[in-house]
Design a protein around this ligand. Sequence first.
Ligand code: NAP
Length: 496
Amino acid sequence: MTDTVLIIGAGFAGLGTAIRLKQAGITDIVILERGSQVGGTWRDNTYPGAACDIPSLMYSFSFVPNPDWSRAYSGSAEILAYIDSMVERFDLRPHIHFGANVIGLHYDDESATWTAHTEDGRDFTGRTAVMAAGPLANPDWPDIPGIDGFTGKTIHSARWDHDYDVTDKRVGVIGTGASAVQIVPELVERASSVKVFQRTPGWVLPKPNPPHPHWLNAAFRRRPAVQSAARQALFWLHEVVALGVVWDSVATTAVQGIARAHLRLTVKDKWLRRQLTPDFRIGCKRILMTSDYYPALQQNNCKLITWPMYAISPNGIRTAEGVEHELDCIVFATGFDVSKTGTPFPITGSGGRVLGEEWATGAYAYKSVNVAGFPNLFFTFGPNSGPGHNSVLVYNEAQIDYIVSAIRLMRAEGVRAIDVRKDRQDEFNRDIQRRLESTTWNSGCQSWYLTEDGFNATMYPGFATQYVRQLSRVDLEDYTVALTTSDGGYRTAAST
Ligand code: NAP
């Protein structure tokens, strides 16, 4: 029982970890999922227009190829169907406990096991635990005065209410990030008026989205190598883009030039163009990929509001110059409450140390996967694992394979606990923070990548290739290892 692998979350990362564990012959897996369905962020983000801005051939697992993607960039329903299909294809359902909302995760030094406590009073214990809850799980409602007094409808982009019909309604959208630019074009089609409340404009690049022709999907089906080759080609194309969007360089100026030209070509009005021109380097905030947003903003029933919001009134939104914008519905496309400091629920490690306290000013880890003092605990999408230019699932696959290798190694060598060495972790993080200094993310804008103090606990400052390479092998030299002895006790590897 204690060799069980606990996985928290049944989104891409949790299911992917379970699949790779099963493929490695490890079957004592327990997946704890707070919802009643798998899919994580793709289950929750069903707003009109929800889609992925990374090509589906790369926004999927290489070990679960799907030859049937309908187009270059898929919508959320198709991505969710893909995630769902993994459950049946790899017989994962018996492992998943739905409605298991983890509210605490605790390590016991005596037994070298983790116990997850759920909101409904259940405990699940395992030798190892894998955090796969995802960073974009909890909606962020902004702290705008009067928010609770609005008498109309409020909807958060990450919890869309499909029972509410926006047809002929006066809708306000707060936010102009990756979610908002997908929602606004859809709302403009249906609502009587759409007012977009912008605090900061983002750089926008066009996103042509051709359907996959039948012959291409047939080729993928008949010759999986063709699909792998297409995936590889896209991967390397995105790696080249890193030169412009990860580091602040002449290539950044070139990419910014493309975004500026796109703005000039698609937005004719000079005033609007000025309002939509960011004052930060491209890449600093997430680049917005859309060909529909600028045209939608210029429709007769759409208006960009750039006056700061003063308050939400019972009837709408009041802006700083004293105008009240009357609305039937406010859409909060205001993003997620991402834990860059602290943890989503209390995690106590060896000796009762509290991870939330250690991460109080910013999260850090060893290679984004392990944290010293928290033996046998592994993170997916952990600190400094975010890409700015490539598919997050490429990074996720590397994390998963690293975790599965570590668990296999533990079993093969009779290891009861591995705990990453603090000196290795500190050295790793010094290097990460030094390398982050020259990136676009640290070039002076405010984004969800940074803490309020400007600490970057989110992004990986390099190519995807480098990230993957660093996780290609588990080196037990990086860890303090406790081995099980023949009498059932244990000793650290150093004393062998
Ligand atoms: P976001 O990028 O955090 O954007 C939130 C927006 O709300 C920003 O425009 C922000 O303005 C605004 N905002 C927040 N609080 C506000 C306040 N108090 N007053 C006024 N404006 C406020 O959130 P998101 O668009 O949901 O995207 C989050 C992440 O989800 C993305 O970065 C991406 O990783 C992921 N995502 C991916 C896709 C995809 O296609 N792959 C699509 C959607 C989302 P400021 O910029 O001024 O802070």
